[in-house]
Design a protein around this ligand. Sequence first.
Ligand code: HEC
Ligand code: HEC
Length: 298
Amino acid sequence: MKSMVIGGIILVIALMAGTYFVAGDAFVSGDYINSLTMLGAFAIIAITVFVVIKYINQIKNDTASGDLLDGSWDGIGEYSNQIPKGWGIAFIGVIIWGIWYMLIGYPTNSFSQIGQWNEETLEHNEKFASKWDNPSQETLNAMGESIFLVQCAPCHGVDAEGIDGKSKDLTIRILKSSVQYVIRNGSYNFKSLYPAGMPSMILNDANDIDEVSSYVAGGFKGKQPSSYMVCAGCHGIDGKGIAFVGPNLVEYDDALILAVLENGKKANIGTMLSFKGTLNPTQEKALAVYIRNLGDTQ
Ligand code: HEC
Ligand code: HEC
């Protein structure tokens, strides 16, 4: 016992000397905060050493006390000690705190970058909706142009006239070659808007196909060829489309453009991706107005 205390005192002095050797320089400045810190370091060393000595002694000298339980497992018995009160309170306290932490504390109420992003997006969308609540045609056209330059121009060209035949010239409603292609192959891009699609080979005669394609691509001008009657049932006698049956072939109407933006489009020259979820309804309408105005200037 005595030798242990002496050993402890020697250890304390050694640790204090070591601490002073390493950090002592910082404390000669006369700054009392630094001196207090040094004093604290010495106190922690002394307390730690003597608390450790106390417990080592206890391990060496303590004897067990209390009543033994009846059971014996290969000669090993068990005391029927009460759990220590402090431990029990801490245990229940931690469970309660854990439940609080999960339900009320972190993470449900805490800051999250994704949450902030979502809130700001919602806020911005609301601001957008209220600012452009009832836009004029000019506003829509300007909005459509700016969206077009960013989202559509990479494929359709800055002037919307297409790029090297890889995407559609939007300043004209349709090319003769496209009409011929659709008549031969049919089309089934916009299931939601025109559920039946357009069947292939409704015209077989090459002359009829040529004649009708010229007429449609020419904007329905001049004498209507009699073979157009095959088309009229779905696209209307004037070609302006029938809701849910066939799209407008004379000009781009909202329905067709919204359907293209929503579904994308596969055609003979390539595929246009869908813009679903990227553009809001006002922006889609703005694009429709812009594209229609392109046609008007032709
Ligand atoms: C990845 C290239 C690409 C992008 C980007 C793109 N398009 Fe297209 N677009 C195409 C292709 C390819 C077609 C099919 C051409 C056809 O119908 O013959 C097409 C067709 C169209 C058509 C004609 C559909 C029809 O039936 O005549 C419209 C209208 C259109 N796009 C509008 C847009 C708008 C508006 C944007 C921007 C929001 C856009 N496109 C972005 C490639 C693209
Ligand atoms: C059974 C109804 C039906 C008939 C008949 C029909 N169409 Fe269509 N047509 C459609 C539908 C529906 C679409 C849209 C298809 C889609 O979802 O891609 C379409 C699309 C088209 C398109 C492509 C429009 C675009 O911008 O992509 C052209 C061109 C066309 N039809 C021309 C004709 C011509 C010319 C005839 C007559 C020879 C004809 N159609 C007969 C239903 C019909």
